[in-house]
Design a protein around this ligand. Structure first.
Ligand code: GRF
Length: 202
């Protein structure tokens, strides 16, 4: 890890293909983030296995039974222990409280499979098909307390083809997600931290 690199954690709930694309991008030595930790809210998330195979430390959070506040305390503790600077949500299906998001203001990013502000929330690709749009895509944004509503860092567009199924459209969007997310993470860290660090160091 170089002096200017930030420590990142990736939060997942499922298969983790965006996580894999971030881990892959971070293998490049000029990528400004090292991903030291993958956290899942589901012990059975397939992405945990991929993270372990890639040599990244994983942590599965205990069930929400204990209540949202205690659950987020555990999350905070794991992030603090690993001295994490930046959180990337990648298919993380749980809402974070306003308190947690404010504590991490400007330091949580998310990828969503629609051209926000259109189709926030669940099943964005199905929402796009139902709306009959001719174009869909994905958005990387900064996470704020309001779901899928924070400042947009970048978007990628794909056509909606006649007769598209949800699976076909989702796969087309996912290909763009895998390119967009690492690129936007790198740009965000460069634009917001590295210049500042360089100035301070100078
Ligand atoms: C992606 O479509 C992402 O945009 C959304 O959830 C899906 C996660 O897929 N938030 P994966 O776990 O990264 O493969």
């Amino acid at each position: 890890m170089s002096d200017t690199q930030k420590r990142g954690a990736i939060l997942i709930s499922g298969r983790g293909s965006n996580m894999v694309s971030l881990l892959h991008a971070a293998e490049e030595k000029d990528f400004p983030v090292t991903f030291d930790l993958v956290i899942s809210d589901k012990i059975e998330a397939a992405g945990l296995g991929h993270a372990t195979a890639a040599g990244v430390r994983t942590h599965a959070l205990r069930a929400l039974r204990q209540g949202q506040a205690a659950w987020e305390e555990e999350l905070q503790q794991v992030l603090d222990e690993a001295k994490i600077d930046l959180i990337c949500l990648a298919g993380f299906m749980r809402l974070l409280s306003a308190r947690f998001v404010e504590r991490w203001a400007g330091k949580i990013l998310n990828i969503h499979p629609s051209l926000l502000p259109h189709f926030p929330g669940l099943n964005a690709q199905a929402q796009a098909l139902d709306a009959g749009v001719s174009e869909a895509g994905c958005t990387v944004h900064v996470v704020t307390a309001e779901m899928d509503a924070g400042p947009v860092l970048g978007q990628a567009r794909v056509p909606v083809n006649a007769g598209d199924s949800v699976d076909a459209l989702s796969a087309r969007i996912l290909g763009e997600e895998h390119r967009l997310y690492p690129a936007m993470v790198a740009k965000y860290v460069h634009d917001n931290w590295l210049t500042e660090d360089t100035i301070h160091a100078g």
